[in-house]
Unconditional design. Sequence first.
Lengths: 340, 504
Amino acid sequence: MSAASARRLLRIPAVPLAILIGVLLGALLILASGRNPLTAYSAILVGALAPENLPDTLNWAVPLVGMTLVAALPLRGGMVNLGGDGQLVVGALVAALVPLYLPAPGPVAAVAVILAAMLAAGAYASLAARGETRFGIPMLISSLLLSYPAVGIASYVVGFPLRDTTTGLAQTVMIPASVRLPAITGPLNIGLFLMAAVGAAVVFFDRRTVAGYELRMRGLNARFAGYGGVRLASQTVRIMFASGAIAGLVGAIIVLGSQYRYQDGALVTPGYTWSGLMAALLAGGEPLAAIGAGAFFAALQTGGFAMQRETAIPRVLTMVLQAIIILFLAIRHGVGRRSS
Amino acid sequence: MAAELEAIGIVKRYGGLLANDHIDLAVERGEVHAVMGENGAGKSTLMSILYGMQAPDEGSILLRGRQVRYRSALDAIAEGMGMVHQAFKLFNSLTVWENVVYGLEPQRGGFIDRAAAIAKVGALAERYHLQVDPAETVGRLSVGVRQRVEILKALYRDANILILDEPTAVLTPQERDGLFTVIRNLTADGRTVIFVTHKLHEVMAITDRVTVLRDGKVVAQMITGETSAREIIRAMTGRAVNLTVEKGEAKPGAPVLKVERLTVEGAGKALVDNASFVVRAGEIVGIAGVAGNGQTELIEALTGMRSPDEGHVEIVGHDVAGFDVEHHRAAGLAYIPEDRAATGTARQASAADNLAMGFQHTPAFARIGLLDYKAVAARARELIARFGIRVASEAAPVVSLSGGNLQKLVVARELAHQAPLLIAEQPTRGVDVGAIEFIHGLLIAERDKGRATLLVSAELSEIMALSDRILVMFEGRILAEIPGERADEETLGLIMAGRAKQAA
């Protein structure tokens, strides 16, 4: 490739270019394993976007985009919340247990359960924030470390004291049908609308509110924000509370909308937290772009399941694609700078 | 005979910006050659090319008539170039000799020959009258002495041509005179000095020839003895500039800032030691002192960026000591910080966002927690026009602004607060002559409107030109208070060096 055409290539916007490179490298991988890349990619496309598969994709996108917002909100202010798993589990556990003991009519109970889950997960996340503001433990560490006890304790609770003894698995008793989220079609439930509303709220917060402005400025230069009168410590706590609350909502939607109980491992195994974190990093914390990236990853992952079913090419390929795309976006600046 | 150093037709582009536009520079052996110009004139780019840190797009460099090509600064150092950067590149926890020999240690049997290194560094210091103890730890040295260590580093590597980038910015007048003696010793020894500076009187005092840059081009080359300060300014700015600040008598009113027995501790000692003073409405109080004598910590404590350990601070009657920045601002503080890039702005953010900071909760901008971005943009456009900030639009990020324009933006924002108290820290550092004049005029106008101003500056001429009263800080203490009209450089310099009795 000549230098001139390389430069022309660099002028393609970064995201499509990274996707293109990812797709090309992925194709080489498939070719090397002796299969047809076109078959694989069409299986991914159909699996993700064909009308009959779209509800599955959206159902996968709800928690993934949710966890993207969980990561993106603090990231907008230059903070990193690595404790998404713990906050997700706290929210889900609360959502699975409260309905068993709450005597209230269905819809009211559902709302109360969701709020309780958000509150609990938010409070849990703000613990990590206070670790930083009070005791100087970097939030990167405190948020991650607080994840493990949450996941561990939840595992114990559903494995022993609150286990549904009628089944052989570590899971809680099913919640009553009255608090379950109404379905839209197939696996898709109104959690989709809840998440869309939260996404819109985060975008609005970012673009219109004073607090959103303060968060954005902090992300660009924290010292500048502090100099301008932004109360950084309380901002850290508030933003982490909101971030955790969104994780709690994701947990509640999964429990009330799909699984109807807390199932050990069901929230952590799919890796929503880490896919969401990657999507948020990809978008640099900008909420709308983060939502887009999260939805894209959800489509890629759902398509991957379909491809594995249809073509026997392992769905790990889609994770490889995801990684290549992020890698190329990350190195693009360095490449661009050297050539200019 | 060929010139010691010659640059011919140097061109350097950064994207669309032509930073160096066919620059020719010839420096003779044994001379002190000043390179002057406003911010963004291309001085730094040219120096980084001469020192091998960047490659020119076009043009060539000749050393004693022989063309050289540098792959990096290492090549330039091997050819006998040396550079003392504005921000020193020293290991503070190591000793002087360790810093000097680093990378080129005298060895014996695979180990550093400590005795030889100390002897060599000591001899070098002796020869050029650089008073430094080779065994002292760099972190314990004053800024002026650290600069000598930087010069020693270059000399140890046999630098024949020494580039000094704004070398006097952090020095007391006495230290500056010491540096000039060192420079004279160097040139007497046949070494060549390229002196990059803003300061005219220094150019007149020490240099043999001057090259003036403007907009990336050489606009004048003069022999110092045959030109005048006024002529150099005209070359730099393209117009004649008034060097003195015109101001009338101050009419001090009620106290706006009251500081009593303020102490800030850090690293086991008092960084600000029992400071008490008052700033009244309608006066400018200047704080003079060599950088690092507690001015930074004092200002941090007065603005809420840091909690004082003891003492009392009052802004317009509100007790603010120990409260956060928002509390100080609400009480009536506007603050031009020392470092416009690290503290005063967010460089990736738009001019409008930068100009809104500190106002985000005011009724003009905020309603029920929502920020009125239309009002933010309108105010930004107004301030940009009123203060003549050169920026593409209010929506453009400020990262592309030159130092002077960025400083104007910070000054514009803080003056727009109409706060009773203004703390201005190094308000014109690294800013060109035109912007200095503009900012000084604003500060005087604000004083006459009744604003109380606390001015901190490392630039004595600035302190003397603007201040109605001058407080001199040394090792955290306020050693003296001198009426502005009675201050002279000699006296202030002695107090700044901690010799209050001698000065009195």
